[in-house]
Design a protein around this ligand. Structure first.
Ligand code: HEC
Ligand code: HEC
Length: 367
């Protein structure tokens, strides 16, 4: 009995410890290779203001390159059918041409995808209602949004750690040495780095007004004046530049620009900023979108209610509805057919073909 027991213990010992006793198991978690980060230079023309700092996440070439891949890679969605770029397409100034966007379950959200232009300048919160303070917070949300990419971060981390290239790229971008260090925080840092490079500053408007490389047409010149000037004699003009001002064509602030005729401040279908701050006076306020590349980003407003720029202008020219928190700069103004086409000619000057065709912003999987 005693011998059998010893024999069994001996056998099991042998079974567990095969002959290569001294050789360590290969460490499959380890990522090796060089980590030599290089700054990513953002060369801004002189008419653009300096960029606010992005503390804890400065731009590197490897970080931006990785962020670009992640932005275009459907691996971030549950069934690998949807990438950030599905709803944010370069040719449309990184929006999707739809009033509201279907997520991977085919259900639509309630708001229109936003253009991603000059985000690096915005310090007042992201989304139409500003609910994300930093770009890094913003990018955490679409992944787990059931109406968007509908995955879980645990699963996305698992997929990226198993991937044949990504662990190495995360090492190059962030110096990690283990796959387990590849976390959601680094995913959103990389995506945010890429998003901060999406600068549009070389539209026809910039070339004419700042660089003085060209002259405006008569239509463009009249449109430009209408857009900026508020009174000529007794004649009220649009004064669009109160909120959409130079050189970003947004103040990144929250306003009620007079879209909805509601009986009181609690009656807005979408409370917008008010839902975030809890202040009733913020109900129905939304963040001013930049008008750079606006001719490419139809339909318009937070819910995509206007199909084209004509409809937008007609609505502004009717003024607001006298709702308590409507901005004081929203007032009716006359809009002739000529004014309309002049203003549209001006808005089209804000189209930046070098932005929408920039190879650095395009899909890296389609070369
Ligand atoms: C299903 C479509 C869809 C997908 C996929 C999607 N977005 Fe969006 N995106 C939207 C919509 C809609 C909004 C506006 C939502 C709101 O304001 O509530 C938005 C807003 C944003 C904004 C805010 C821009 C600003 O000026 O405030 C950023 C940045 C952004 N998305 C980046 C991303 C990134 C990064 C991904 C991938 C991780 C992504 N989006 C995936 C539809 C989408
Ligand atoms: C009081 C500030 C303010 C003024 C003045 C103003 N806007 Fe706006 N604009 C906004 C806000 C806020 C939004 C977003 C509203 C929303 O979606 O609910 C917006 C949205 C837009 C959009 C839609 C952009 C998009 O991406 O969906 C266009 C186009 C536009 N404005 C053009 C103009 C023009 C042209 C004028 C002058 C006639 C003008 N705005 C005057 C604040 C203003």
């Amino acid at each position: 009995m005693r011998y059998t027991l010893f024999f069994l213990i001996g056998m099991s010992f042998l079974a567990c410890k095969p002959d290569k006793k001294d050789e360590p198991k290969p460490d499959t978690d380890l990522i090796t290779g060089t980590y030599a980060p290089e700054d990513y230079p953002l060369n801004l023309p002189k008419w653009m203001p300096p960029l606010p700092a992005s503390p804890g996440n400065s731009l590197t070439k490897a970080g931006v390159a990785l962020g670009r891949m992640l932005f275009y890679d459907p691996i971030l969605s549950r069934d690998s059918t949807q990438a950030c770029a599905t709803c944010h397409q370069q040719a449309k100034a990184f929006t999707d041409g739809l009033a509201t966007s279907p997520g991977i379950r085919g259900q639509n959200g309630t708001r229109s995808a936003m253009p991603l232009v000059n985000l690096a300048y915005n310090t007042r919160g992201f989304f139409w209602d500003g609910r994300s303070v930093a770009l890094e917070d913003q990018a955490l949300l679409p992944i787990e949004d059931h109406l968007e990419m509908d995955d879980t971060w645990e699963n996305v981390e698992r997929k990226l750690r198993r991937h044949k290239d990504y662990p190495q790229q995360f090492r190059q971008a962030f110096g990690i040495s283990r796959k387990t260090e590849l976390t959601r925080d680094l995913v959103v840092k990389a995506i945010s780095q890429f998003e901060r490079t999406l600068i549009s500053a070389y539209s026809r408007y910039d070339r004419v007004v700042w660089a003085k490389e060209d002259f405006p047409t008569d239509e463009e010149q009249r449109g430009l004046e209408l857009f900026f000037i508020e009174y000529a004699g007794n004649q009220a003009h649009p004064g669009c530049s109160h909120c959409h001002f130079n050189p970003l064509f947004t103040d990144n602030n929250y306003h009620n620009n007079g879209l909805d005729n509601v009986p009181n401040l609690n009656a807005f279908k979408d409370l917008g900023r008010g839902k975030i701050t809890g202040f009733m006076t913020d109900n129905g306020r939304f963040r001013t979108p930049s008008l750079r590349n606006v001719a490419l980003s139809a339909p318009y407003m937070h819910d995509g209610r206007f199909k084209n720029l004509e409809e937008v202008l007609e609505n502004y020219s009717r003024g607001g509805h006298g709702v308590a928190n409507e901005d004081a700069n929203i007032m009716a103004f006359p809009l002739t057919q000529q004014d309309k086409s002049d203003l549209i000619a001006f808005l089209k000057m804000l189209t930046d073909t070098s932005f929408v065709n920039n190879p650095a912003f395009s899909n890296p999987f389609k070369r």
